[in-house]
Design a protein around this ligand. Structure first.
Ligand SMILES: Nc1ncnc2c1ncn2[C@@H]1O[C@H](COP(=O)(O)OP(=O)(O)OP(=O)(O)O)[C@@H](O)[C@H]1O
Ligand SMILES: [Mg+2]
Length: 227
C-alpha cells in the first residue's frame, strides 16, 4: 500500500547574516494509512520546520515529499494549494486563529477556501458546529478567539484542521496547553481518525504519554529522524 506521507532526505538550513543554522540534514519519514506517529526532540531540533515542510508550507533545500503519492515540491504553487486544502489539516504551534472572525467562522475557514463554498454555507456551518461540540466548545461558537483561553483556542484550531476531513493531519503540540482530561479528549478524537478512518497523523509532542499512545514515536536528533 502506498504511504500517505513519504519524506526522503529532507535538508533545511537558515542562512542569517552572521551564521547558518543547519536545522534538517537528511531527515526521512514515512507514514502509512491509519498510522499515528509522534515526533519528539529537543526544543529547536527542527520539529516545527519538518512539519511545515511535510505540510507544503515551506520548501526543503534538498529532498522530496510525497503526499498521497504526489511529489509536493515538484508541482506548482497552485497544486500545493489544492493539496493543502483537500488532503491536509494543520494544527499550528501558535494557533493562527483570525481575530476578526468568530469561533465558528474560524472553524469554517478551510471550507471557505474551497470552490463552491457559497452553495454549501449551511452544511459547512452544521459541520463546524458538530466539530466544536466534539472538542467541547459548542457554547463558544459566537465568541471571538480573544475571548478564549489558550487551550480553548488550541481546540478551535483542531476543529478547523478537521473541517475538510483531511487524509493527513499534522499537529504541532496539539495538547501542549491542555489539562490532562481535555488533552485525552483531543487525542481520542485524533486517534479515531487514524485507527477507525485510516487517516495519517503526525503529532509533534514533548509529552511522553502522548508519544507512547501513538503507534510509533520517532526522534529528531541532529537534523535526522531516528526511529
Ligand atoms: N525563519 C527562520 N529563520 C532563522 N532560523 C529559524 C527560522 N525558523 C526556525 N529557525 C531555527 O531553526 C531551528 C529549529 O526551529 P523549529 O521551530 O523547527 O524547532 P522545534 O523543534 O519546533 O522547537 P520547539 O520544540 O521549541 O517548538 C531553531 O534553532 C530556530 O531558531
Ligand atoms: Mg516547534
Amino acid at each position: 500500500m502506498q504511504p500517505l506521507i513519504e519524506a526522503t532526505g529532507i535538508s533545511k538550513r537558515y542562512v542569517m547574516s552572521t551564521k547558518t543554522v543547519e536545522v534538517l540534514s537528511g531527515a526521512s519519514l514515512t507514514v502509512a494509512e491509519g498510522e499515528a506517529v509522534a515526533v519528539i526532540g529537543k526544543s529547536g531540533a527542527g520539529k516545527s520546520t519538518l512539519l511545515h515542510i511535510l505540510g507544503t508550507l515551506d520548501h526543503p533545500d534538498t529532498g522530496s515529499v510525497r503526499i498521497c503519492g504526489k511529489d509536493v515540491y515538484a508541482g506548482t504553487n497552485r497544486e500545493r494549494e489544492h493539496m493543502r486544502s483537500r488532503d491536509l489539516g494543520f494544527v499550528f504551534q501558535s494557533y493562527h486563529l483570525l481575530p476578526e472572525l468568530d469561533v465558528i467562522e474560524n472553524v469554517m475557514l478551510p471550507a471557505m477556501a474551497q470552490r463552491g463554498f457559497l452553495t454549501r454555507v449551511a452544511p459547512c456551518r452544521f459541520r463546524a458546529a458538530e466539530l466544536l461540540d466534539a472538542v467541547g466548545l459548542a457554547d463558544r461558537a459566537s465568541h471571538t478567539p480573544m475571548e478564549l483561553s489558550g487551550g480553548e483556542q488550541q481546540r478551535v484550531a483542531l476543529a478547523r484542521a478537521l473541517m475538510n476531513d483531511p487524509q493527513i493531519l499534522l499537529a504541532d503540540e496539539p495538547t501542549g496547553n491542555l489539562d490532562s482530561s481535555t488533552g485525552s479528549l483531543v487525542l481520542e478524537h485524533l486517534f479515531h481518525l487514524s485507527r477507525d478512518r485510516g487517516h495519517a497523523l503526525v503529532i509533534v509532542t514533548h509529552n511522553e504519554q502522548v508519544a507512547a499512545s501513538c503507534d510509533r514515536a520517532v526522534r529528531l536528533i541532529e537534523g535526522r529522524i531516528e526511529g
